[in-house]
Structures are given as structure tokens and as C-alpha cells.
Design a protein around this ligand. Structure first.
Ligand code: 9MR
Length: 370
């Protein structure tokens, strides 16, 4: 008994001491965990950069492991990085990501096999269908094959559609024709039979693009090729989250027998004059374009919290169809939105602030389960 009391006493003293010395570590653990909060509902993921999955900052690692049970590499598996020259692959970072997932029980979603953006430089010089076909086949076979059974899922094709639902003009469409999407899934299935296979896009909750996405999925299915899920990226804007379209999309995609995932969620608070996540689109800076350098006004903070709460309410309502919700970054400091479509802004799109402290939106989301 005495011994137990002493142990408990030592632990409490240690806890207080650790709190004084390493506030982030101890207090980080006292924050509720998203993955635990939603453990009976859906997976909770984050995009990870190389520094994060290489565990360069132990406090960050501890934070990630406490909050998330799924992860997507923000860049390391994109073709420009994993396949930098015609016959060379750079698997080192992504192998580390896989180890990170294994060690911490975090399921990895590979991102992404076929995307027109962030292509290796050698693809720019390619002018023949044969060469594009060779790249396409080799890339999918080699990359998907390497991680078969080691990662949980793949975004096989990313962003193949225009806003009006037609096929986006890309090097793959130009040289391989409309069936390249189905073909990518067929090859991924052969190379990686033990991995779930998804189609991923932004704005594919919007009616016209959604119709194109539904048609694309039906085409893959009609060819007898496996597709397990569809990712709605979820790059939205505060006060303008398209709840109705999101709900319709969940129902319509699920009706095709697919899992529905929200794969890159963030809610922008900064001014922008267009919707979506087209990386090549840019805006010119002016005096109004970076308004919250010294902090987010309470009114915007509250709107952000209300939007996140309503979003998670919707996800929970359809938890039988929604299998994963992934944020595009761990905290506001990491978000790509600090640099797009204007470089060097101060954005606040996620649930955790620049010091990994929970924002009001976090508490509103977690409170849904109380
Ligand atoms: O967050 C990513 C950023 O670091 C990269 O510079 C950018 C380059 O293409 O890609 C960002 O991630 C994108 C994702 O891979 C696909 N959907 C849109 C995301 C935001 O641009």
C-alpha cells in the first residue's frame, strides 16, 4: 500500500516536474485525442511532411501519435520526388514513412500514383505515346508494387477532372486517351492486390464535377476493375462550406458501393476569389490579402468553429459511409495555405494552432461526442 502510494506520489511529482520543464509534452497529452474521440466512427488522418515522419522533433511525434491514426505523405510519394529520373526511384523518405506508420500504428494512404502535377522533369520532354505508356506502366508497377501490403491504401489517380465534369487535359489524357484512369486502377490492382484503391479530387462535391466523378467511377466498375473509395479533398472556405453538396455527394458516391473519404480537409479564412485547390492558380497580393498576421479575430474564429462543428456533425450522421477524415496538415504553421495562392500569408485553416494548441474549432468538434 505504502509502496503504491509512493509510486503514485513519484508519478505525480514527475508529472508536475515534466510539465514545468517540457510544457508541450505533458500538456499535449492532456488534450483530448481526435482519433480516440472518433474511434467508433471513422479514421482520423493528417498530411505529414518529411520532417514529421522522420521524427525530427520528438514533441511533434508524440503529438501526431496522440491525435491521428491515419496519415498521407504531403509530398514524398508524388512522382517528381519518388521517381526523379527515368530509371531512378528515391524510396528512402517513403520507406521511412512506412516505418513510421508501422511503429506508431498509423495507417498510410499513398498519395498519389497518377497526377498531372509534380511530375518528374523528364516528363516535360516526352512527346510520344509509347514513352508516356512506358512511364505510366513502370511507375505504377514499381511504386505500388514496392508498398503492396505495407501501406493501407493508394490515391491511384488524383484530380483527373475539370470543374464541368469533363476529363482534364493532361499528358495522360493526351497520349493515352480517356481510359487511362481505368487502366491506372487495373495496373494498381495487379501490382498492389492488398491495398485499397481510391480516386481523389477537389470540388468533386460540386454537382457538375460530381457528375463527372460518378461517371468515371461507373466506367471503372463497368470494366470489372476494383475501386474501393472516393476521396473528396475538402479544401473549403470559412462561411462557405457547401454542406448540402457534401451530403448529396456522400449519398451518391456511397450508392455506387464506395467508401467516402474526406482526404485533405482545411477551411481557408483568408481572402480568395476562386474555389478549389488548383495548385497552378495564383493571386496577386495587395494590402487586403494578408489581414490576420497578428491573430485571427474572434468573429472569424467562431465562424471557423461553427463550420467545423457542422462538418463533423454531417460526417457523424453518415458514419456508416464515411471511413476517414484527413486534415491537410497537423497545424496551421504547416498548412500549404500559408503559401497558396499567395506566398507568405498567415492562414488558420486547421484545428491546431502554430504551437499545436487546440483552437475553439477543435473543442466544438470533440464536444459532438460528449
Ligand atoms: O500541400 C502540398 C504542397 O506542399 C505542395 O507544394 C503542393 C504541390 O503540388 O501540393 C500540395 O498538396 C496538394 C495535394 O497533393 C493534392 N491536392 C491539393 C493539395 C494542395 O495543393
Amino acid at each position: 500500500m505504502i509502496q503504491i502510494e509512493q509510486t503514485v506520489g513519484t508519478r505525480i511529482a514527475g508529472f508536475i516536474l515534466a510539465g514545468l520543464l517540457l510544457p508541450g509534452v505533458t500538456f499535449g497529452q492532456s488534450i483530448p485525442s481526435l482519433k480516440d474521440t472518433f474511434k467508433n466512427d471513422f479514421g482520423i488522418g493528417t498530411a505529414l511532411n518529411n520532417a514529421q515522419f522522420e521524427e525530427r522533433d520528438p514533441k511533434m511525434t508524440q503529438f501526431i501519435v496522440h491525435q491521428f491514426n491515419m496519415a498521407t505523405p504531403e509530398n514524398s510519394m508524388k512522382s517528381a520526388l519518388i521517381h526523379p529520373t527515368w530509371s531512378n526511384y528515391n524510396f528512402e523518405p517513403s520507406d521511412k514513412l512506412v516505418q513510421f506508420g508501422k511503429k506508431h500504428n498509423i495507417k498510410i494512404n499513398g498519395h498519389t500514383l497518377i497526377w498531372h502535377s509534380q511530375l518528374p522533369p523528364f516528363m516535360r520532354g516526352i512527346r510520344s505515346a509509347d514513352s508516356v505508356r512506358t512511364f505510366f506502366n513502370d511507375h505504377i508497377k514499381t511504386v505500388a508494387g514496392r508498398y503492396d501490403g505495407k501501406i493501407f491504401s493508394w490515391d491511384v489517380v488524383n484530380e483527373a477532372l475539370n470543374e464541368d465534369g469533363t476529363m482534364r487535359k493532361t499528358v495522360f489524357l493526351d497520349y493515352l486517351g480517356e481510359d487511362y484512369v481505368t487502366e491506372a486502377f487495373r495496373l494498381a490492382q495487379q501490382a498492389s492486390p492488398n491495398t485499397e484503391l481510391y480516386y481523389n479530387d477537389y470540388n468533386n462535391e460540386q454537382p457538375a464535377k460530381r457528375a463527372g466523378c460518378l461517371a468515371l467511377i461507373k466506367k471503372i466498375q463497368a470494366a470489372g476493375v476494383r475501386i474501393d473509395g472516393v476521396g473528396i479533398q475538402g479544401h473549403w472556405h470559412v462561411g462557405r462550406v457547401p454542406f448540402k453538396e457534401i451530403e448529396e455527394s456522400i449519398l451518391q458516391y456511397a450508392a455506387l458501393g464506395l467508401q467516402v473519404m474526406f482526404t485533405e480537409v482545411d477551411i481557408e479564412v483568408l481572402p480568395r476569389n476562386f474555389q478549389g485547390a488548383e495548385v497552378s492558380q495564383r493571386m496577386t497580393a495587395n494590402e487586403q490579402s494578408n489581414p490576420y498576421v497578428n491573430g485571427l479575430p474572434d468573429s472569424v474564429q467562431q465562424q471557423l468553429a461553427a463550420d467545423y462543428e457542422a462538418l463533423f456533425k454531417l460526417f457523424l450522421k453518415h458514419k456508416d459511409k464515411v471511413t476517414r477524415v484527413t486534415f491537410w496538415g497537423v497545424n496551421d504553421a504547416q498548412s500549404w495555405l500559408n503559401n497558396w495562392p499567395i506566398r507568405g500569408r498567415t492562414s488558420y485553416p486547421l484545428l491546431f494552432d502554430r504551437n499545436n494548441q487546440p483552437k475553439p474549432a477543435f473543442y466544438r468538434v470533440v464536444a459532438l461526442k460528449k
